[in-house]
Design a protein around this ligand. Structure first.
Ligand SMILES: [Fe+2]
Length: 545
């Protein structure tokens, strides 16, 4: 495959912008009182520290370093052995550029979207990366600073007229970012979408060239819904997602048939707490139901209107407002259960399924990466902390939180820990499963875990929910991203396949690690000629035969 620019084979450090710049944050205290049936006291903390100074330890780690070049494409070196059946493309999306002009972003989530492609074919591999040409990115390049509102950055209104423009822009969505840096998903009709949580961030890309094809234009009457889940559930026939409603606190569940651009409303869940909907980055489905979480981390209207960060950026942590799980029937749109649960903080839901208890009652089991009801993880992901606190054990604990939601009208649901968190180092997030088990009883979760001490998940873990054990991969100083499971075609065992994770090493290198999903042994490393920034989520597109 021809390179668009000369293949880079020189020092990776020259390929990146380096930034030691950091922004100071205010010391914030949070008085949070929980209510409900929590088995563990809610101790919401913020780790923002006054006068905290970034301390560059001089690593070459590329995970937190902006790509300097907008695109690259070329052949990749393969070390080890790629299975003969592994033919297709792994795409990974994430925030790969945090520096524009003299501006250095504050938070990991602020980075402009960088797509990475690795194509496997008969034991060989080619790769590419490319910036997604969102309006947010192109405006920022032109102005040398962010123009639209990113996760932690709100362009400050300068005068009354600006403030009015800001409010009008909120209504129209024009001030919100369209930087699609979270997920990349093949739709059932062959189109490939990148997106994040603003509806306008839905962008189509070409999976081979990584060209930005253009905005995904929803052709329906839901244009007033500015926010969406960053993790729609996509199958060959359907695109199912949840739209938080900021004006009438609640969540709309919508579906779109493959090949269509029209979303249709399945049903609506009204919020039980308030004053705004809980943040909903992801959600879960079973074969019959959609599970809509209502977390006490709620959208902050004052932050939106004033264009100022709330204690947790666009959110307020309001545990006294309650935590709930709602279950909607996928075929009728009716809410069949709405239960109060212990306060929880989950960015990523893993899977859910229907189960019958010993007493004959039906329950919904829902698993998530749960941060012990504490949004402190947000502050852990501030860039200068990631760059400088590498050896400090500042990563907040996380576990597989397992909800059980009764369908018999009971008012409460359970939240327990699915396995001893020490198995995965008391840290876990960025999960994948065998997609054939979506919505069904399953056994294995692949996720990033923690080898302590650490300031970020630095391990890959395979969690066995039946045996309640984990197998772990770790290499000193390396930062792996989401381990993505790819099933062997025709496989019948749940873990028959490989796990692919793009790794940034302490030496500045970058490669795709390929693990045998059964044994969790390292079978191949597919090396880029330069280090890669950290990324969020990936997908697999099998080669057409
Ligand atoms: Fe995500």
């Amino acid at each position: 495959m021809a390179a668009h620019i000369p293949t880079l084979c020189t020092a990776p450090s020259s390929f990146f912008l380096s930034s030691n710049r950091s922004r100071q944050t205010n010391n914030l205290s949070l008085a949070a009182k929980a209510r409900g049936n929590s088995a563990r006291p809610v101790n919401a903390t913020t780790t923002r520290v006054k006068d905290e100074v970034a301390e560059d330890r001089g690593t070459n780690l590329s995970a937190w370093t902006s790509v300097r070049q907008e695109r690259w494409e070329g052949d990749l070196d393969v070390e080890g052995y790629l299975p003969a059946w592994l033919n297709g493309t792994h795409l990974r999306n994430g925030p790969g550029l945090w520096d524009v002009g003299d501006h250095a972003s504050h938070h990991l989530f602020d980075g402009y979207a960088t797509l990475v492609r690795i194509t496997f074919r008969q034991g060989r591999a080619t790769g590419a990366h490319r910036q997604i040409e969102s309006e947010a990115y192109t405006y920022a390049k032109a102005k040398g600073r962010p123009v639209l509102r990113e996760f932690s950055q709100c362009p400050k209104p300068g005068n009354l007229l600006d403030r009015v423009r800001n409010v009008v822009g909120l209504v129209s969505g024009s001030v919100l970012t369209d930087n699609p840096n979270s997920a990349v998903l093949p739709l059932g009709d062959g189109r490939v979408m990148c997106l994040t949580e603003t509806t306008k961030s839905s962008v189509l890309i070409d999976p081979e060239t990584l060209d930005t094809v253009g905005k995904f234009k929803y052709e329906d009457r839901l244009g007033g819904m500015m926010i969406q889940s960053a993790h729609p559930i996509v199958t060959e026939s359907e695109f199912l997602t949840v739209l938080p409603d900021l004006t009438r606190p609640g969540h709309l569940v919508v579906t779109m048939a493959a090949g269509s651009n029209e979303r249709k409303v399945v049903g609506r869940v009204n919020c039980r707490g308030g004053p705004t909907p809980g943040w909903l980055h992801s959600f879960a489905v079973t074969e019959k139901y959609v599970v809509v979480p209502e977390m006490p981390l709620r959208y902050s209207t004052s932050s939106l209107i004033k264009s100022e960060p709330a204690p947790f950026y666009a959110f307020d942590w309001l545990p006294a407002s309650g935590s709930y799980m709602h279950v909607m029937c996928r075929s009728t749109g009716k809410t069949v259960a709405s239960v109060e649960v212990p306060p929880f903080m989950a960015i990523h839901f893993i899977n859910a399924y229907e189960e019958t208890r010993e007493d004959g009652q039906a329950v919904i089991v829902v698993d998530c990466c749960e941060h012990y009801g504490d949004p402190a993880i947000f502050e852990t992901l501030v860039l200068h902390r990631l760059r400088s606190f590498r050896d400090k054990d500042v990563l907040p604990d996380a576990r597989i939180g397992r909800f059980k939601i009764p369908l018999d009208g009971s008012p409460f649901g359970e939240l327990t820990t699915a396995l001893d968190p020490e198995q995965h180092g008391r840290g876990m997030d960025m999960c994948s499963i065998n997609q054939a088990y979506l919505g069904k009883k399953y056994r294995y979760v692949y996720a990033c875990g923690a080898r302590r001490p650490c300031n970020f998940p630095n391990m890959i873990t395979k969690i066995d929910l039946a045996e309640k054990t984990a197998k772990n991969w770790h290499e000193e100083g390396s930062v792996p991203s989401e381990p993505f499971f790819v099933a062997k075609p025709g496989a019948t065992d749940e873990d028959d396949g490989v796990v692919i994770s793009i790794v940034s090493t302490i030496n500045g290198d970058g490669y795709a690690l390929v693990l045998d999903a059964r044994t969790f042994e390292d079978i191949a490393r597919v090396r880029f000629p330069y280090g890669l920034p950290y990324g969020f989520h990936g997908c697999w597109i099998p080669e057409k035969i």
